[in-house]
Ligand binder design. Sequence first.
Ligand SMILES: Cc1cc2nc3c(=O)[nH]c(=O)nc-3n(C[C@H](O)[C@H](O)[C@H](O)COP(=O)(O)OP(=O)(O)OC[C@H]3O[C@@H](n4cnc5c(N)ncnc54)[C@H](O)[C@@H]3O)c2cc1C
Length: 238
Amino acid sequence: MKNVTILGGGFAGVEAAIYLRKASYNVTLISDREYLYVYPTSIWIPVHGASFEDNCLDLMKLSGVHGFELIVDSVKNINAKNSLVTLSSSKEISNYDHLIIAMGASKMKPKGIENTLSICGTPTMSLEIRDKLDALVQQGHGEICFGFGGNPKDTSAVRGGPAFELLFNTHNYLKKKGIRKNFKLTFFAPMAEPGKRMGPNALKMMAKYFKMLDIHEHFGKKIKIFEKDGIVLKMILS
Ligand SMILES: Cc1cc2nc3c(=O)[nH]c(=O)nc-3n(C[C@H](O)[C@H](O)[C@H](O)COP(=O)(O)OP(=O)(O)OC[C@H]3O[C@@H](n4cnc5c(N)ncnc54)[C@H](O)[C@@H]3O)c2cc1C
């Protein structure tokens, strides 16, 4: 029976592990988290619509159900030439016939990114967003900016859905609390038509909703820097 080592315990790694176990491979999955984090439903955490635990699936339980071996450790180095993976604990993995790398994607890091919080970041950032929002609710008024970037070299790579979802969840949350009118909500994106991938009708609907819900917009302006209390944008002239 062939051995497969999978690096990463997100959707890709876990799906591969389950599929390969069904095909009778020996599977070892290495994850630096003890849980599979369900990003799509994490948009409810900041608005108290779901708990953090609701968004986590215990990898140990999954490994028991599907029969793969789980190692909770961080991958430090991959030596493809010598088929060797080194983990943070200094453990070395080399007894595999196939290696699957499923450690997720990384984002661009614009200047000042440390002044922002992202629902697409590490799982615990959803809790940081929740706590910030709680503090603003406590204060009773404020201004919140939501946005996303893209890759000008590959416009198909952009995924703005989570930012829109969190924006609308926040709007509804504040409305339910009866304090929406005390908050200025702004949406920003460097492309002139964010959401264009979804088609012209989606764009029209978005414009309609933004107007109806009193959401301000800044489109077609590149992000220059994120500051502690604001965002500096620059016009794209060409
Ligand atoms: C808010 C939000 C909403 C979304 N909604 C949808 C949706 O509705 N539909 C949809 O299809 N997609 C949605 N997505 C996208 C979807 O969540 C991602 O495409 C998916 O999570 C990618 O899975 P992945 O396994 O490739 O990467 P990840 O989920 O990033 O998993 C990578 C795993 O690798 C582990 N890892 C990373 N580095 C190491 C290391 N050095 N050592 C060991 N382990 C490591 C991480 O801990 C993690 O468990 C959404 C994303 C977000 C953020």
